[in-house]
Write a new protein. Structure first.
Ligand code: FES
Length: 59
């Protein structure tokens, strides 16, 4: 698994990975996932693009 913070955007998780929800259920399984780090996503823990609308920056 490789985790890469994208500029002014989510964390890109690449490689075979499984993301589980707080109850331990599989929320996503695959080669890539984009995890929100701005706090504005309505689909946490995943990025839904809200960081752009909110003008969030990683700096
Ligand atoms: S990083 Fe994209 S919605 Fe939060």
């Amino acid at each position: 698994m490789i985790i890469t913070p994208l500029p002014d955007g989510p964390l890109e998780v690449s490689g075979a990975n499984i993301v589980k929800d707080q109850d331990g259920n599989i929320a996503k399984e695959g080669e890539k996932a984009y995890l929100c780090r701005c706090g504005f996503s309505a689909n946490k823990p995943f990025c839904d693009g809200s960081h752009k609308r909110e003008g969030w920056t990683s700096n």
